[in-house]
Design a protein around this ligand. Structure first.
Ligand code: FAD
Ligand code: SF4
Ligand code: SF4
Ligand code: SF4
Length: 356
């Protein structure tokens, strides 16, 4: 679906629980907890610790379901688009080299963004390998504490939303491909933009009750290696020891990466992009999880993916009652998500179009 639905009618925490949390599909990004004060991350998983407003008689919310990246899986294509800029880099600053996982790309970039005032704060993580916690750095000298890679979810995006509410200034965040998919939904809902730095990802780990680290279930269904929602994404794939491959995927990402290169922060070599492409090809073979979306979202998804259609054909393809489909289409029209147009080949049959 190309745009987030802000407020999905009768969609409550129950739906998120049933479709994502109880099926062990939650990745622990913390976006739902950031967006609703009734949800708290407990041991890396969201819990309803307050009251869902729908249980108190309200009829319009669903923000937690709307924002959740695992409730909105995506099939990322096997062939990745050519990046706007691609480099293999190592931070020249030796104090970064000793704490970074690979070439210290993220740490050096974050430090530079704060030094130049490009952003007001950066959000990453601190803590042990399997017990990371989200953290904010507002001063260049504090960025080193975020360096290094932790193979576990951290609820990092709760911190992003808290920081955005606090400052409303420019922010940069680092996260996994799935987490950045959720951040994109949040940006669309609020009409804002943060600088998104992705980490290439094959799998992530979580400790079970016995303390053993095991691969997380959502990763079995994940098809995004490169982080298609990032402005710049990075990882060790395609680089030699001590270097990080960094690829710019948006115009903003290209500008930011070019400025960092112009500032001579890095030793730079050519990356082997075939390695990155091969990892994306392998990952795209996984199957996204099936999520039983509310009818309203299914209707919009159908119009976005299959193009214009009339009420009867939509209800047939979704095996739903035409009156129900018609009702949701009228509400979606009022909210500006769909429009009615004449069908050029049959003027008596009006067609619904998604507006984006
Ligand atoms: C779970 C996981 C799986 C990965 N799998 C691959 C892979 O298969 N192939 C590959 O090429 N690269 C993978 N990476 C990326 C790689 O391990 C490095 O993180 C990347 O190369 C950046 O190195 P660096 O030296 O430039 O970063 P650094 O300068 O050391 O900075 C790393 C930044 O990432 C942040 N960070 C670390 N862990 C997390 C986390 N769990 N969640 C959110 N932010 C975090 C830190 O706060 C820090 O700001 C993975 C990373 C993670 C977290
Ligand atoms: S109030 Fe809204 S965001 Fe919070 S749990 Fe209920 S449906 Fe989700
Ligand atoms: S928004 Fe993130 S933390 Fe919340 S249920 Fe979805 S994946 Fe889990
Ligand atoms: S494999 Fe996918 S779902 Fe798992 S942490 Fe990485 S990006 Fe997220």
């Amino acid at each position: 679906m190309s745009r987030a639905l802000s407020g999905s009618g009768h969609v409550s925490f129950e739906l998120l629980k049933k479709q994502v949390i109880d099926r062990d599909l939650c990745e622990g990004c913390g976006l739902c907890a950031g967006t609703c004060k009734s949800i708290t991350m407990v041991d890396g998983r969201p819990k309803l610790t307050g009251k869902c407003i729908l249980d108190r008689g309200a009829d319009h919310c669903g923000r937690c379901f709307d924002i959740c990246p695992q409730a909105h899986p995506e099939q990322v294509p096997a062939e990745m688009e050519e990046p706007l800029l691609a480099v293999s880099v190592r931070a020249k600053d030796e104090s970064i080299q000793v704490v970074a996982s690979n070439g210290g790309f993220v740490t050096a970039l974050f430090k530079h963004l704060l030094e130049t005032g490009e952003v007001e704060a950066v959000i990453g993580i601190v803590g042990g390998k399997y017990a990371p916690q989200a953290a904010v750095a507002e001063k260049p000298e504090d960025v080193l504490k975020l360096a290094g890679t932790r193979y576990s979810p951290s609820g990092v995006m709760t911190k992003l939303i808290e920081q955005q509410k606090k400052t409303r200034g420019q922010l940069a965040v680092v996260g996994m491909p799935c987490e950045l998919r959720g951040v994109s939904r949040w940006e669309e809902m609020l009409g804002i933009s943060v600088l998104k730095i992705g980490l290439f990802c094959s799998n992530n780990m979580r400790k079970d009750e016995s303390g053993k680290a095991t691969k997380m279930t959502p990763c079995d269904h994940c098809t995004d290696f490169i982080g298609v929602h990032a402005d710049i994404s990075c990882g060790f794939a395609g680089s030699g020891k001590g270097y990080t491959t960094a690829i710019a995927l948006t115009e903003r990402g290209r500008e930011v990466l070019q400025k960092a290169l112009d500032a001579s922060l890095f030793d730079v070599t050519e990356p082997n992009l075939d390695r990155v492409k091969a990892s994306q090809q392998r990952k795209s073979k996984r199957s996204p999880a099936e999520i039983d979306m509310p009818l309203r979202e299914k209707i919009l998804a159908t119009l976005v993916s299959s193009g214009p259609a009339d009420t009867v054909s939509i209800s047939e393809s979704l095996e739903a009652k035409a009156e129900k489909v018609h009702y949701h289409l009228l509400v979606l029209q009022q909210e500006g998500f769909v429009e009615l147009h004449e069908n050029p080949s049959d003027p008596y049959r009006l067609e619904w179009h998604a507006t984006q």
